[in-house]
Design a binder for this molecule. Structure first.
Ligand code: ADP
Length: 354
């Protein structure tokens, strides 16, 4: 085949345990025909996939578009591409995440597309470096974090620009289905310092198991209105007030879901919203703790959080900002990204478009 005819290098894919992420590079001078029109004219593709239009990036010579789908729907996505003949001019496609391995035969057999496997952590850091260098308002934090442990309270969302010379080293906490924690010393030097299996997949899994919510977005909406105090045990529940010797206020979380263990009929008086909220606080608190300890151990002051668990999840990001500020006595700072879930896919795209 003719290299110019292979349009696969316009894409970068990241197929994780829960979500597949696809970025599409629209080049001003290149005609992608039907595929392009279909991708750009819609932002929902059947029931299986969607585009985050507000994430589109303008880059020299084109635009980058951001799409996602559930990994369990990948087979439907492949069938759909086949049906519409969208794969016609695509021979190879850079892909990262476990799916690059797990689904390579599916792509080869059904679409004749060869998935070019790219390392997940390397792609993550390449994608992240790219947005830090080229996207002005990408990073933000929450200033004046005066909150309680449940992430309630006032804090102003503030855009942050860190000069390239002050960037490294930093800690990167990627909250996907599970959590990976990396110390990044330069664009090419990084080590995986820690991780935890209690991640976004745990939150979503337990939500589905313990409440009526069927999707992440539903669970997130419910979490916003839920009250975790009907489920959790606080210092106040145990002491009847604060624990003054250690300056623990009465509302300090002592035991996630603890109240449920002391009730004869735990479900009475507890709403699904409360369960969703409590799960969110439980998972986030634990990640904040592991992140803080990892930052201490690896001597980093800045902690970047990414991954789709933080997608439209201001409760978690505010709580993480608070936790890092609190535990470090304001010596460390948590930061977040507008394109939080797409760095792996971006990195895969960049690997073939340096
Ligand atoms: P992975 O690569 O492991 O799939 P992601 O960074 O894509 O990881 O994050 C997956 C997590 O993001 C899920 O476990 C869930 O907590 C959260 N999430 C955010 N939006 C969605 C969604 N639309 N569907 C499912 N999970 C979502």
């Amino acid at each position: 085949y003719h290299r110019d005819k292979d349009l696969g290098h316009h894409f970068g894919m990241d197929v994780g345990g829960t979500l597949g992420k696809l970025v599409y590079l629209e080049k001003d001078a290149v005609e992608l025909g039907e595929v392009h029109e279909y991708l750009i004219e819609n932002d929902k593709y059947g029931k299986s996939a969607q585009r985050d239009a507000n994430m589109m990036l303008q880059v020299p010579g084109g635009h980058i578009h951001f799409l996602r789908f559930e990994t369990t729907k990948l087979e439907q996505v492949v069938e759909f591409v086949l049906h519409r003949c969208f794969h016609r001019d695509i021979r190879t496609m850079p892909c990262t995440g476990g799916g690059a391995f797990k689904f390579s035969k599916l792509f080869e057999d059904h679409l004749g597309i060869n998935l070019q496997k790219c390392d997940e952590l390397s792609c993550l850091i390449q994608g992240l470096s790219f947005v830090m260098r080229h996207v002005p308002d990408e990073c933000y934090t929450f200033k004046n974090v005066s909150m309680n442990h449940q992430g309630m309270g006032q804090a102003t969302k503030t855009i942050i620009h860190t000069p390239a010379s002050e960037l490294y080293p930093f800690l990167l906490v990627n909250i996907g289905s599970g959590v990976s924690i990396l110390k990044v010393s330069s664009e090419t030097e990084y080590t995986r310092v820690s991780g935890t299996s209690l991640g976004g997949g745990t939150y979503l899994g337990l939500c589905k198991l313990l409440s009526k919510y069927k999707s992440f977005d539903e669970a997130m909406d419910a979490s916003i209105v839920g009250d975790s105090n009907t489920v959790d045990m606080t210092v106040g529940d145990i002491y009847g007030g604060g624990y003054s010797q250690f300056k623990l206020s009465a509302d300090t979380l002592a035991s996630s879901f603890g109240k449920m263990g002391t009730k004869y009929e735990p479900k009475v008086g507890v709403r699904d919203e409360d369960v969703a909220r409590s799960l969110l606080i439980m998972i986030t608190t634990n990640i904040g703790q592991v992140a803080y300890l990892s930052a201490l151990r690896s001597n980093t002051q800045r902690i970047y959080f990414c991954g789709n668990f933080l997608r439209q999840n201001e409760i978690a990001s505010r709580q993480l900002a608070y936790a890092i500020d609190y535990w470090s006595k304001s010596k460390m700072e948590a930061q977040f990204f507008h394109h939080e879930g797409f760095f792996g896919a971006l990195g895969a795209l960049l690997a073939h478009n340096p």
